[in-house]
Design a protein around this ligand. Structure first.
Ligand SMILES: Nc1ncnc2c1ncn2[C@@H]1O[C@H](COP(=O)(O)OP(=O)(O)O)[C@@H](O)[C@H]1O
Ligand SMILES: [Mg+2]
Length: 263
């Protein structure tokens, strides 16, 4: 279980807090959606959890407890053990998150190199298993390819493989389908749902797209200017949004999409 308690993050270069007192819980096995307009603090929240805050450029307070251990104030060595092993991270742009000069196989294996004492052959076997789990065809062949040889959707699958290869209990997904076209996006959502159901991986799914969140997330939290303005069961929030800003977000979903998605 991940518990964020009263998280505040203020960058020195800014007058306002990027995150201004966020408390959130991700229960074991659930997918929590985090939505809100650009600049509302979603990514900074995820970076805080992932241990990726540029600590010298900001002040931060609060607690981020992963199974009781505070990640926000963990030292480098502790963070290194957790990041990439217990928490996997997938970002929006697979092309920029990947190293263009490294073959896919090596990149998927990287976390194993850092966190395990597996042999080269064992690492490759795990990588192939992870690439298989994300439904990439010919995983052994994919290992030998470079990022530019894959489509955006395939690359995002490879990124997800890299994030799950160590068997983390929690995945942080920051706009993971935003750069993809609608069909590919739907396939990735189906994949995430399956990984959640079959492996019980908990997920924090960040998106500015409410219809995507509705498909995937049992609960949703809505963020605006660094604070949570609404949180609850996704269907409940959709049916009876209490907050004015949430109502705006729901109203902004194209009507046709909303209709198609009525259960
Ligand atoms: N490294 C940084 N230095 C200064 N300000 C930052 C930095 N990263 C993010 N911010 C600011 O923090 C706020 C929240 O950003 P972010 O979490 O990226 O928003 P979102 O992901 O919801 O679009 C924004 O005002 C953004 O400009
Ligand atoms: Mg963001």
């Amino acid at each position: 279980m991940l518990e964020i308690q009263d998280l505040h993050v203020k960058f020195h270069s800014r007058s306002h807090e990027a995150v201004a007192g966020v408390s959130l819980t991700i229960r074991d096995g659930e997918i929590l959606g985090l939505v809100g307009e650009s600049g509302s603090g979603k990514s900074v929240t995820a970076m805080s959890v992932a241990g990726l805050l540029p600590r010298r450029q900001c002040d931060y307070t609060g607690k981020i407890l992963l199974n009781g251990q505070d990640l926000l104030h963990a030292d480098r060595a502790q963070l290194r053990r957790i990041q990439g092993k217990e928490i996997g991270v997938v970002f929006q742009e697979p092309m920029s998150a990947m190293n263009p000069l490294m073959k896919i196989g090596e990149q998927v294996e990287e976390a194993l190199l850092i966190h395990t004492t597996l042999t080269r052959q064992e690492r490759r076997e795990r990588a192939i298993a992870a690439l298989t789990a994300v439904e990439l065809p010919n995983p052994a062949g994919i290992c030998e390819k470079y990022p530019h040889e894959l489509s955006g959707g395939m690359l995002q699958r490879a990124m997800i493989a890299a994030a799950i290869v160590t068997g983390p209990g929690l995945l942080l997904l920051d706009e993971p389908t935003t750069a993809l076209d609608v069909t590919v996006q739907a396939q990735i959502l189906t994949l995430l749902k399956r990984l959640n159901q079959e492996r019980g991986i908990s997920m924090l799914f960040i998106s500015h797209n409410l219809s995507v969140v509705r498909k995937l997330c049992g609960r949703v939290a809505v963020m605006q200017r660094g604070v949570l303005v609404e949180a609850g069961e996704t269907e409940q929030v959709y049916a009876h949004p209490e907050n004015e800003y949430t109502r705006h977000l729901i109203a902004a979903i194209p009507t046709r999409t909303r209709k198609e998605e009525q259960p």
